[in-house]
Design a protein around this ligand. Structure first.
Ligand SMILES: Cc1cc2nc3c(=O)[nH]c(=O)nc-3n(C[C@H](O)[C@H](O)[C@H](O)COP(=O)(O)O)c2cc1C
Length: 314
């Protein structure tokens, strides 16, 4: 193996290369001066050993709470659950009292355990190893909890939620219909179909069988569109009609509408007439989010729902 001169590595590119490794997201907490809770978001978590039970996490020297973590006798690791992106963002960026912004409870030693976490581990510090601009903080697990929640995912600077993504890609339940559509973007425009009731993205109705994403890809390919279907963008239910709508964010390699409608500029798109209010608010949100290139996944019914943030970078 060749010697590598670290000063010649492109550190931004190295960070991106490290970031391709998909991880979960944790919030690591401890107690600072006067028993004040401190905490930060970390994806450098790893389980290490079952017997004795050990785990590690890597606090950076840049953390305002670094001195606490470097010397702490105990710390806790909270594995965040799907839907806890806001907790992650608070513990990664908020500069005020982070613990006033989330629900948490103390463990027997007073360490903060975040409510609703997928799992929590209360640890006694076993080793703190210097490691460049971070330290490796190794702890022995003294207590833990595990919920039925799925852990929140993180890769390439974005959160992901396997449960939601799987639901979006799955076939509709028996007796239910699923509509799958694509918000197809090309060069600042979106492909929209004109119907007597207003505009809507190209879509298909699936009555079971093939997963909706696959059926949609087939439909667009059959129409002659060269489209890359990306993340789910909006999932909502029309409970009365028993229909689940799933719209994916997609990109076309050319402005070929293939008879499926016309490309309409994204800027000002929110003012168009759409088939339903749910479509209008979805595309108004798309227009806003397109401006910052920070796209969220909406999950809910037609009227209200949660917007799950997929943050750009960190
Ligand atoms: C998904 C994600 C993972 C992170 N992982 C780590 C990590 O493993 N170690 C670390 O020191 N900082 C990590 N950070 C950055 C810290 O959370 C952030 O710098 C910290 O909260 C800043 O706290 P401070 O304002 O108290 O210095 C991560 C941030 C995000 C969004």
């Amino acid at each position: 193996m060749k010697d590598v001169d670290a000063t010649r590595l492109d550190l931004r590119a190295l960070r991106d290369a490290f970031g391709t490794f998909p991880t979960g997201v944790t919030v690591v907490t401890s107690l600072g001066a006067g028993g004040k809770p401190v905490g930060f978001t970390a994806n450098s978590f790893s389980s290490v050993s079952l017997d004795p039970p050990m785990l590690l996490v890597c606090p950076g020297r840049f953390l305002s709470s670094f001195d606490v973590f470097e010397r702490c006798a105990r710390f806790a690791v909270n594995i965040l659950a799907e839907g806890q992106e806001d907790v992650s963002n608070i513990f990664a960026g908020y500069k005020g009292d982070r613990f006033a912004k989330v629900e948490w409870s103390p463990d027997p030693n007073g360490l903060a355990l975040i409510d609703g976490a997928a799992a929590t581990f209360s640890c006694r510090t076993r080793q703190v190893m210097p490691a460049g601009d971070h330290v490796v903080l190794m702890g022995e697990v003294e207590g833990f909890s595990c919920s039925k929640q799925r852990g929140l995912g993180y890769a390439a600077g974005q959160y992901f939620s396997l449960g939601l993504e799987r639901a979006a890609a799955s076939a509709p339940p028996p007796g239910r219909h699923a509509v799958a559509g694509a918000i197809i973007e090309h060069d600042g425009r979106v492909l929209l179909e004109e119907t007597p009731d207003g505009l809507r993205p190209p879509q298909i109705i699936s009555k079971g069988g093939a997963p909706v994403r696959q059926a949609l890809a087939q439909h667009l390919a059959d129409a002659g569109l060269s489209v890359q279907i990306g993340k789910a963008y909006s999932i909502f239910e029309d409970r009365e009609a028993g229909t689940r709508f799933t719209y994916f964010h997609a990109r076309a390699s050319a402005a070929n509408a293939a008879g499926l409608g016309a490309y309409i500029p994204i800027s000002g798109m929110g003012a168009q007439r759409f088939v339903t209010g749910a479509h209008a608010s979805m595309l108004a949100r798309f227009e806003l989010e397109h401006a910052t290139q920070s796209f969220n996944l909406y999950v809910g019914d037609e009227a209200d729902g949660d917007v799950h943030a997929f943050e750009k970078g960190s």
